[in-house]
Design a protein around this ligand. Sequence first.
Ligand code: GCU
Length: 347
Amino acid sequence: MKNKKQALIIISFLSILFILSGCVKNDTLVETSDKEIIRVGHNQSQNHPTHLGMLAFEEYIESQLDNKYDVQLYPSELLGTQTNMVQLAQTGAIEIVVASNSILETFDEQYEIFNLPYLFESKEAYHAVMNDPEIVDPIFKSTKKSGFETVAWLDAGIRNFYTVDRPIETPDDLSGLKIRVQQSPTNVMMMKLFKGSATPMGFGDVYTAIQSGVIDGAENNELALTENGHGDVVNYYSYTQHQMIPDEVIVNNKFLENLSAKEREIFNKGFKILEDTQHNTWADSVKKAKERAEKEMGVAFNYPDTKPFRERVEPLHEKFLEDNPSLQPIYDNIIKKSEELETGGAQ
Ligand code: GCU
């Protein structure tokens, strides 16, 4: 059944690629035919920091390894939803995919740690943890058994609730609301603790689901309001600040294994350029998105006390540690780092 589903996904993917390649001008096809194509799939718009980072990656790789590779970027779910794209990265049908950490927890439970609500005390703690190879490397490599590994992490800001009918001021305001969440067990459990009705679906379906009243709202960073137009169909954005979930850049194992040592070095530099460009453009993009959503889309922003929200979902931390006792040291390390940064200690 699973194999049948995977085969169907691959067939649809190949048809999409066929159609897309038909759109490319003939001269471009001739020019690139002798190059090895590297397909990069993501679900963001072309103004998003992730796409800007990918453009810098493309430019670097093509300038350093010219004539060998043609990096082709497929934004906006052109190659399918994130879940589909991860399956395609497993088989090698796509070489590189940007996937939310949320959906990777079904491949290895270690990823679950970054999906826990209120894990990080601050943006600084979030960045310090994600930039610490001692913490992230074992997690990033844990999916090698599934055909891919994470080579870079991208900022996806802070997740907050946004709704059509009323602002979220207290956890009780979520009670009974149908809220879209990412397709991850942790997110579904989180919504249950908030007493809302979790509606998992792909990112690309959220706009229509809100517009048609299938859901009452969703949760995401501010860019979803502008880059995905969600600000046109919701009225309130409430800073519950419940999660900082990174996006992971995943690469197919065989693609990485086939690189020579020299090429691998260049790719590693390319991944770093991607990370730096994406991280450096993030804060400004969020600021502009917020201004636009407020002024042009009429979204009202509110700032509830986050303490009661945090208290509601604390049981998820306990459950995570009970289910994964071997991950207690990583968890403790993250908490320690957060506290050190808060008190201005080491780091
Ligand atoms: C963010 C994140 C994406 C993710 C999306 C979602 O935009 O960067 O990777 O797919 O949230 O909520 O699905």
